[in-house]
Ligand binder design. Sequence first.
Ligand SMILES: C[S@@+](CC[C@H](N)C(=O)[O-])C[C@H]1O[C@@H](n2cnc3c(N)ncnc32)[C@H](O)[C@@H]1O
Length: 247
Amino acid sequence: MPTSSDDGPSWSDIADWYDELLVAGSGPHEHAIECLDRLLPPIGEGTAVLDVACGQGLAARHLANLGALVTGTDNSANMLANARRHAEQAGAEISWVEADAQDLAPFADASFDLVTCQLALMDIPDLDAALRAIRRVMRSDASLVFVIGHPVFLTPGARMEPGADGTTEVTISGYLREHFWRSANPEGVRRAGNYQRTLSTYLTALAGAGLRIVEAEELGATGRLAEERPAYAQVPMFFSARAVTVF
Ligand SMILES: C[S@@+](CC[C@H](N)C(=O)[O-])C[C@H]1O[C@@H](n2cnc3c(N)ncnc32)[C@H](O)[C@@H]1O
């Protein structure tokens, strides 16, 4: 599969723009937090959580508010700088570690009770390596909860239009062509690029890494996202799941 080594912006290049987007309030990101939340196992004080590809720390701060002992990791120093600033302002005690999700090298084997990865598996070039690294740092009874852009409905050529009787008509193209692509929208998150992969690729990669899905969801939008983009109340924007380790 072609990789992200072309000339477009990197996540670090758009880190401040991304931060401003989330600070202003973003329907998709609020929806992602809801998707994540619904699949979280019980979290108590001292539950050790690793938030992989944490960006500016939206999910990490949410998990810290629930009482978890959170480490946020990302390979973008600019994203982590914003994450640190927000946590300090909020008085949240979160550790931030720069690392590549494809090896999670700074982290010891079996060191977390929960790994989360929100809106990022589709941005990581080597999915198999990332899931193996995640599996490696999970304790035997740990969960992985992830949220991804829906592999079917967010394809590069997907279009949504109002249909008859309040339905939504969706046109999908390019679903089966796995490749790295960038949105042409200069104000779009996906101008930093992402990997189109089929749903079966995700499921096979999870199984190959020794992870078994125990819950999955394709949640219709509510709240801000439903107001801003009502079509996503009928068609899922994200696919989310909780997976556990296979012995
Ligand atoms: C769409 S953002 C999501 C950030 C955050 N999880 C959220 O929900 O706002 C994708 C993130 O993945 C990170 N990322 C991409 N490839 C990565 C890799 N190989 N290792 C670690 N982080 C990576 C980017 O730096 C970026 O912060």
